[in-house]
Design a protein around this ligand. Structure first.
Ligand SMILES: Nc1ncnc2c1ncn2[C@@H]1O[C@H](COP(=O)(O)OP(=O)(O)OP(=O)(O)O)[C@@H](O)[C@H]1O
Length: 274
């Protein structure tokens, strides 16, 4: 498999007035075309920062990100993004269909091709109950349904790389499970490459082929754990299997330890000010 995404020596230091915060140092990671990678790590370790750098929304302080061989300096074509705050990312005055279609307008596609792509994306979501909601407005939908619209909009681009930052954290447990399975189905259907940031270690193991653990402090990637579970996964059977339990324990152990093997000290506003 060829590498679609190359993150090489990426570091980030935030500077604001008299204080600087070094968040990432020397992150090296490569993601192959078609892979599903989950990115986990203690709160504040820089997962969102890394995702924004990969998306071309934030410049790295050191190092470089390459997408399909080209350095990322702005949001590249072929990239889709889904963030947690779906409520803010949808246009309240546009219908579901119009929200999904909107980004496609900037791709210079013919009207017919655009309609085709939108129909296809909505089609994919039909099975989980969005199809009939095409003419509704986002504010008429539940949180879970709104997040489905945000996902539909991202996949309507047919992105080669889909970045997701805590996309399911604002919904209830049942909806979360449904959305997880929706994303797994879309990944298989479109053959996209997915990088998912999540706090939920079980979710990371359940969905991905590889869990990458980011460390805190002066560290980059702390562990890179292949998830060798069968490709066909199912919420109850997979999560209760012995290999799943072993993997979640391995990931947990890494998340709770600093790079030098000591238990991880939680980063607090006070420690950051020090
Ligand atoms: N614009 C900014 N200016 C200064 N510091 C920032 C800025 N954005 C983020 N930070 C700091 O950088 C650190 C990493 O933040 P980031 O959101 O990337 O971490 P995270 O791993 O995604 O956290 P969480 O898991 O809690 O969402 C935090 O300590 C945060 O306070």
């Amino acid at each position: 498999m060829t590498s679609l995404l190359e993150i090489a020596g990426v570091g980030k230091t935030y500077r604001a007035r008299e204080r600087t915060v070094e968040v990432l140092t020397a992150v090296d990671l490569s993601v192959s075309e078609g892979e599903f990678v989950a990115l986990v790590g203690p709160s504040g370790c820089g997962k969102t920062t890394l995702l924004k750098i990969v998306a071309g929304l934030l410049p790295a302080t050191t190092g470089q990100v390459r997408f399909d061989g080209r350095p990322v300096t702005e949001p590249p074509a072929g990239l889709g993004v889904v963030f947690q705050e779906y409520g803010r990312s949808l246009y309240a005055w546009k219908t579901v269909r119009q929200n999904v279609e909107l980004p496609l307008r900037h791709l210079g596609l013919s009207r017919a091709r655009r309609r085709e792509l939108v129909a296809d994306a909505l089609d994919a979501l039909d099975a989980v109950g969005l199809g009939a909601a095409g003419d509704a407005y986002p504010w008429q939908l539940s949180g879970g349904m709104q997040q489905r619209v945000a996902i539909a909009r991202a996949v309507a681009y047919r992105p080669r790389l889909l970045l997701m930052d805590e996309p399911f954290s604002a919904v209830d447990a049942q909806t979360r499970a449904d959305l997880e399975d929706l994303v797994a189905a879309l990944w298989k259907r479109y053959g996209m490459t997915i990088v998912l940031v999540t706090h939920d270690i079980d979710e990371a193991v359940y969905l991905s082929q590889r869990v990458v653990v980011l460390g805190t402090g002066v560290s980059g990637v702390q562990a890179d754990i292949p998830v060798d579970l069968p490709a066909d996964r199912e919420q109850i059977g997979t999560r209760s299997s012995a290999p799943f339990g072993e993997l979640r324990t391995r990931v947990w152990t890494q998340v709770r330890r600093t790079p030098d093997g000591e238990p991880h000290a939680r980063r607090t506003p006070e420690s950051e000010m020090a």
